[in-house]
Design a protein around this ligand. Sequence first.
Ligand code: FAD
Length: 320
Amino acid sequence: MAPTIVIVGAGVSGLTSALLLSKSIKGCDLTIVAKHMPGDYDIEYASPWAGANFEPRNKDMEVEGQLGLFDLEPWFKDLFDDYRELNKDELLPGTDSGCGFTSVCINTAIYLPWLLGQCRKAGVVFKRGVLKNIKEAKTLSHTGRPADIIINTTGLGARKLGGVEDTALAPIRAQIVLVRNELPTMLSVSGTEDEPADLIYTMQRAAGGGTILGGTYDMNNWESAPDPNIALRIMKRVVEARPDIANGKGVAGLDVIRHGVGLRPYRHGGVRIEDEKLDESTWIVHNYGHAGWGYQGSYGCAERVVELVDKIRAQAKSKL
Ligand code: FAD
């Protein structure tokens, strides 16, 4: 028998978990229930705001309120054929060291609907819903049958969600500016001379998606409205670092699509991917708290969700 599964959350974590589960378990009934879906922009929904690039980090790089983007001899240098340390004359003024490699950037406005489409093709059913308690998911399968397994991918929402209420979660506020200007080379600089929470990064999204200019890395700040002073600092730093983005015309040469704020779902102690028994016949698999790396870790984390679901099924013997 195949299990009835309800996934709560339709960010990159929920969609990727659903896709891999649909491929792994033949005949499994999957329902995604979420307050926000691909196409929405909301402070409670991190996924649309992400850059989103692949930029591995060392374990201790994303720590309480600080993001160190560069380390000498990082573990990931062998992942890239063209990884190299930058020469002194290539460094931006005020920086001590740096590295360069070829990476990818995902256009989230295209990728999230693509994931949704792949899930629908595999038979996953999507429903809007706002849960007060995770146990409500038990009654939300499109089949009408009680869920055997609930996958909790509610991101920062797991802090408030009854039955979870994980106080280890904290927002790391990220303010960005999306512009029409192009800058094919991605740039990431940890720290600035301005404010402790400020960073510099640029990511050009594929297929006309514009270029994300960042940003901030502001722990415990829940403010959803873009701050015009921060926006100006972000734009000034980018045009100083890379004048070519605005053809040398400075901030006036930037063509803004939108200002935005997203909250990275940080979790003290790291991401939570584990199983838990809700009652005699229902299990929960948690997959939340991915901070600033939810896209680059999405497949690895969803693979772990599949492993945990397999473990639960093995324990339940032939019942699931
Ligand atoms: P979310 O996308 O927040 O989704 C949570 C889902 O749960 C939503 O559907 C929500 O509606 C639902 N939900 C929550 N509570 C409830 C409830 N009670 N009832 C029903 N539904 C509920 N990552 C990278 O890998 N690379 C990057 O370059 C990168 N850049 C970033 C830049 C910015 C500006 C930001 C903000 C983040 C960035 N990230 C990046 C991080 C990445 O965006 C997140 O780690 C990832 O999106 C988290 O996805 P998620 O699915 O876990 O959570």
